[in-house]
Design a protein around this ligand. Sequence first.
Ligand SMILES: C[S@@+](CC[C@H](N)C(=O)[O-])C[C@H]1O[C@@H](n2cnc3c(N)ncnc32)[C@H](O)[C@@H]1O
Length: 270
Amino acid sequence: MKNNASSSEGTGTISFKKNFGKEKVEISKQHILKFMGRENLNGLTVLDIGCGSGLHSVAMLEAGAAKIHGFDYDPNSVKATQFIQKQVGHPENWTAEQGSVLDDDYISKLSTYDFVYSWGVLHHTGEVWHAIQNAASRVKPGGLFYIALYAADVQIDPTPEFWLDIKRKYVASGWMRRRAMDLWYVWRFQMRKDIRRLPEFLQRKREYEKNRGMSIFTDIRDWLGGWPMEFVYDKEAIDFVEKLGFKLEKIATGEANTEFLFVRNADDRI
Ligand SMILES: C[S@@+](CC[C@H](N)C(=O)[O-])C[C@H]1O[C@@H](n2cnc3c(N)ncnc32)[C@H](O)[C@@H]1O
């Protein structure tokens, strides 16, 4: 594996530049492996759909994936992934590019993979069922399909309609107004309009960074700016994917995103 990082401190399969968030990668890796009930991803080829910052791709490489291809619709996300690729020394077995899961032509030209991963993406495309179908089409027979979708089953207060309206406003706003809306969100939903809850929020912010490997503000921006967006009932998703020739292996519900792990029907599973 190629590694250009001169100031690296490698302990896993790839080498990290000094300031790279190795801890975040480790948290993500543990989350993925725990949910999948595996000790590693050794030898698997992986497709990371809607790779975002690329953090999860690094985590999967660290877990032993043989090869990863990531793509994202948003050019800025692709740039962020390319920045991380540089931080970890441009592993030759990791490619990333711009592409849309709704682009039938692009999808049909991709190879099929042992493991297709798409976390928090398919419900943001505006055509969730089309996106699920295209994503599923890239799983090899016997391969694994791990997706996370916004759950319609989880009661949220305020209602989905309230949030859809806020999100519409957020994406139509400029940088300043968005930052003001981030703070409004903290004030209303994290501090519940009480300044005495500021220390509690700051403590949560620290814990969040430790446990989730990302800034709470990244998640707030993803939530407010996540548009378009659809809510999906768990059962609807299971029925749909099973009709495509998969079997549900595992599900984690109760959070905003439901996580699903499917296996594509075949005599031999990966
Ligand atoms: C909430 S972020 C999740 C990013 C990453 N999977 C993660 O878990 O950190 C949703 C991502 O989906 C991407 N996305 C939205 N529509 C897409 C599409 N049609 N094709 C590919 N990616 C898309 C967005 O650009 C964004 O990076």
